[in-house]
Ligand binder design. Structure first.
Ligand code: FAD
Length: 430
């Protein structure tokens, strides 16, 4: 039985890892091939280890209340390399002042001076009235404003939530994102910190999976899949370096690529995949001399409400948030811009704004830019139904599966889960 996994991001790697494990456990021999267009594995997960700095271009951590990435770290024997953030203090920058928010708890927001008295009363009222009709989908921002008031939405909810999805809460689906909100409560009661990272950076996860699969999974790098064509039995995969036939195929590329490569009578599927949009994210890592930064960095960083006049939407104080990310005399920052602009202009604007906000004296010693033009998939209104409908249409194509961050969860843990579920489905169908 020949199985192809297209895409070597965390979804594809997790699929390969669990498929290999299950085939061994159940003594089902499988011939597994992973095809990746780039010369490296990891997709969005990219860590640069440079002169004592650990610089992340994509994710810098993952949620712990979604257990799948944690479980995988345990299985890969890298659980002891998980590191918690050094602080749980995050700030909102509003009109030149930093306001601390802890755990998004109502008490901390009532105590904070960020909201006006009217805003606080409106927020409290929102906690007393019913949650509303969750069965109907609508923009998340509209729901939050109706329930907790405009001030809470604009000054607190939007900047924090947009930081995760890189999109305005007015563009996101309530139904597709709401489970995340109710889970926010869980993180307060859990013994683990809400986010964790890995000692050597997020790519350690990729390297550890690679270590477990490299002997038994055929990994083909630098081969771009251009077409997946259904045959009477199985699929024909065409790449820029040749063609191969497989019995089962799991496509884990971003939705717009999956749409492009799917051949055969897949009209609805392609259209639905094309309709999933992505938000741009520019990640700029700056290294400064510690003595050049004028403000104390006692926390994990700050977010900026979108109508406060800045291009920068948030900044992680990486060297204060995690151990082991920068030598002692330096400060490593990760600045986010959620706009599609020229990366050089992004760096100029980011430097100017960070200099002003953080009272920086000198120039950055290192600048590393990662420009994700289609960075984070947007779960817009109707996402859950779109996914369901896509799954129904895919039933026509036996042995073909799709998975990835655009589909059933945007973060690393959800991608690991999707990989695990795809592997289980393949094995149980044999
Ligand atoms: C800036 C940024 C910050 C983030 N921060 C976090 C965070 O802190 N925590 C968190 O949990 N998540 C975060 N995420 C989200 C998370 O990184 C992604 O959801 C996840 O890594 C996506 O994995 P994937 O395998 O689904 O897709 P990808 O990583 O996109 O992998 C797809 C792979 O397919 C390959 N490919 C593309 N076309 C072809 C083709 N034609 N043929 C063969 N291969 C092809 C690509 O090269 C790539 O390797 C962040 C994402 C970004 C962009």
């Amino acid at each position: 039985m020949k199985v192809a996994i297209i895409g070597g991001g965390i979804t594809g790697l997790s699929t390969a890892y669990y498929l290999l494990r299950l085939s061994r456990d159940k003594r089902i021999p499988l011939d597994i091939t992973l095809i990746e267009s780039e010369g490296r594995l990891g997709g969005n997960i990219i860590t640069e280890r440079l002169r004592g700095f650990i610089i992340e271009g994509g994710p810098d951590s993952f949620l712990t209340y979604k257990p799948w990435a944690l479980e995988m770290c345990r299985e890969l024997n890298i659980y002891e390399d998980l590191i918690p953030p050094k602080s749980d203090r995050t700030f909102i920058l509003w009109k030149g002042e930093f306001y601390e928010v802890k755990h998004l708890s109502v008490q901390s927001m009532i105590k904070s001076d960020l909201l006006s008295l009217k805003g606080k009363i409106r927020l409290l009222l929102g906690t007393l009235i019913s949650q509303g009709d969750f069965h109907k989908d609508e923009p998340l921002g509209k729901f939050i404003e109706r329930k907790f008031g405009r001030e809470f939405k604009e000054k607190i909810f939007e900047p924090i939530f947009s930081n995760v999805y890189a999109a305005s809460v007015d563009d996101l689906s309530l139904k597709a994102t709401m489970p995340k909100i109710s889970l926010l409560k869980k993180k307060i009661t859990s013994k683990l910190p809400p986010f964790m990272s890995l000692r050597y950076g997020m790519h350690q996860l990729v390297e550890s999976i690679y270590g477990k699969i490299k002997e038994d999974v055929k990994i083909i790098l630098n081969h771009r899949v251009v077409n997946v064509e259904p045959l009477d039995s199985g699929y024909y995969i065409k790449t820029n370096g040749g063609s191969m036939r497989f019995d089962k195929v799991i496509i884990t590329t971003p939705s717009y690529i999956t749409a492009e490569i799917l051949g055969g009578p897949t009209g609805y599927i392609r259209e639905a995949l094309y309709s999933i949009k992505y938000s741009p994210v520019i990640v700029i890592n700056f290294v400064f001399n510690r003595e050049d930064v004028g403000i104390p960095l006692r926390g994990t960083g700050f977010v900026i409400p979108k109508n406060d006049g800045f291009t920068v939407s948030s900044c992680t104080w990486t060297s204060s948030k995690w151990t082991n990310r920068a030598p002692d005399d330096y400060i490593l920052l990760r600045v986010f811009i959620n706009l599609k602009i020229d990366p050089n202009e992004a760096v100029d604007r980011a430097y100017k704004e960070i200099k002003e906000i953080m009272d920086v004296k000198g120039r950055p010693l290192i600048t590393k830019v990662f420009n994700w033009e289609r960075g984070i998939p947007k779960y817009t209104v109707g996402h859950i139904e779109r996914v369901q409908s896509l799954e129904n249409h895919l039933l026509e194509f036996k042995g073909l599966m799709i998975a990835g961050s655009y589909f059933k969860g945007i973060g690393v843990p959800d991608c690991v889960r999707q990989g695990k579920e795809s592997a289980k489905r393949i094995i149980s169908a044999l």
